[in-house]
Design a protein around this ligand. Structure first.
Ligand code: HEM
Length: 378
């Protein structure tokens, strides 16, 4: 009952109402040629179809095989339901042409223009070892064990053909991707995901989310593009900031999530109001103003990020923040201009550091059991 359909024109895990948990993995491909890569994608797709339906990764399962061989499922999800698991694959720029300029899989001429490398942004503190990657898989589920089990089994299947470059666990969705969901809160304590593209916005999704043939790469029709950024929050500094200052930085009030100067979460912000007598209005450099479509050539994003806390660092500060994920039709026209505005002026920058970055082409959905992830590319 809690299984999300795997097959369809678009991959699941994009407009699917955001689940509570994330395990995101970025892989480097070491498969020696195109045939080996395609074989892996076929095996991964078959496993993903099984896993998302709540089954074991392989036909025999965790305990059904012969005792002389390693099981074709690792077993930690035995007895757990599908838990809304979605598995979403993406291809990074280096899959098309690696750092040495090699076209390892004969697909360099298929690289979509929209899959351009992201430019450097002011304030970036990127760590190369947790940035980029040839292939990503986003696992989202309502049970962390189910999401981790899926990534672990896909990595196991990929042994000898991919290596894990980095992975990120996330909890507490920081976005609503459906109007049926209440808006959750990020680790700064603010509602996050109020002004987001949502599953019900069919016309807007066509315009701002789904790639289409006229965009240039016909194989991407029905796909999308994903930008991932691990954003560390300087939590301790934030926690010593006054409530009024916090609200001015975001541009919304902390309790209700209403735009400053308005009463309700879903009221439209007023960017022209001038405050008198201590009345709260939207500051010029508020995050929601700088990120708003009106000031970024109508750019919209489907944000689908997660909170993370990876313990604490050597100075005793929480290693915590937002694993930002945003889907869109063309990052050159959406993420890039928005992040440029934010990098330039956002007061939030004093409290955050972008430490990893990647951009991915998210191919269209898998049509049925004969189809496989990325078939249209090959
Ligand atoms: C809105 C927090 C980074 C783009 C918001 C809101 C909050 C928030 C609380 C208001 C609620 C909402 O409408 O969802 C944060 C935090 C960040 C972060 C804590 C970093 C740790 C980013 C980045 C981008 C971005 C990197 C894109 C480059 C947006 C957009 C909106 C928004 C487009 C909606 C603006 C509107 O139309 O009203 N963010 N954000 N945010 N944020 Fe962020």
């Amino acid at each position: 009952a809690d299984a999300v359909a795997f097959f369809g024109p678009h991959q699941a895990g994009i407009v699917t109402p955001a689940q509570d948990r994330l395990h995101f993995a970025a892989f480097d491909v070491i498969a020696k040629d195109r045939a080996e890569l395609i074989e892996l994608l076929r095996e991964w797709t078959a496993a993903a179809a099984r896993l998302t339906a709540g089954h074991d990764a392989g036909h025999f399962g965790a305990v059904g095989g012969i005792p002389e061989a390693p099981p074709d499922d690792t077993g930690e999800a035995l007895g757990l339901p599908a838990s809304g698991l979605t598995l979403t694959i993406g291809f990074g720029p280096t899959l098309f042409r690696d750092a040495d300029g090699r076209d390892r899989f004969g697909i360099a001429d298929k690289r979509p223009a929209a899959l351009a490398d992201l430019p450097a942004f002011r304030g970036d503190a990127l760590r190369p070892e947790i940035s980029g990657g040839d292939i990503c898989i986003q696992a989202c589920a309502n049970d962390p064990q189910v999401a981790v089990h899926a990534i672990r089994n896909l990595a196991r299947i990929g042994f000898g053909r991919v290596t894990m470059r980095y992975s990120q666990l996330g909890f507490g969705r920081t976005s609503s991707t459906s109007r049926a969901q209440a808006t959750p809160r990020n680790l700064m304590g603010f509602k996050d995901g109020t002004a987001n593209l949502k599953a019900e916005d069919t016309e807007l999704l066509k315009e701002h989310l789904w790639a289409d043939a006229p965009d240039g790469a016909a194989w991407m029709t029905g796909g999308s593009y994903l930008v991932t950024r691990r954003i560390r929050m300087l939590i301790e500094t934030w926690d010593r900031t006054s409530l009024g200052e916090q609200e001015a930085i975001i541009g919304r009030d902390k309790g209700e999530g209403a735009p400053l100067g308005k009463a309700k979460e879903f009221d439209e912000p007023d960017f022209t109001a001038v405050g008198k007598d201590g009345e709260k209005v939207m500051p010029m450099e508020a995050h929601v103003r700088l990120a708003h479509p009106d000031f970024n050539g109508n750019a919209r994003l489907l944000r689908r990020g997660y909170n993370f806390v990876d313990g604490s660092d050597s100075l005793g500060r929480l290693d915590a923040g937002l694993f930002f994920m945003a889907y869109q039709r063309d990052p050159r026209k959406q993420f890039v201009p928005v992040q440029r505005s934010l990098a330039k002026a956002d007061i939030l920058n004093e409290y955050i550091r972008h430490v990893s970055s990647a951009v991915w082409a998210i191919p269209p959905g898998v049509s049925g059991p004969e189809d496989f992830w990325g078939r249209t590319l090959f």
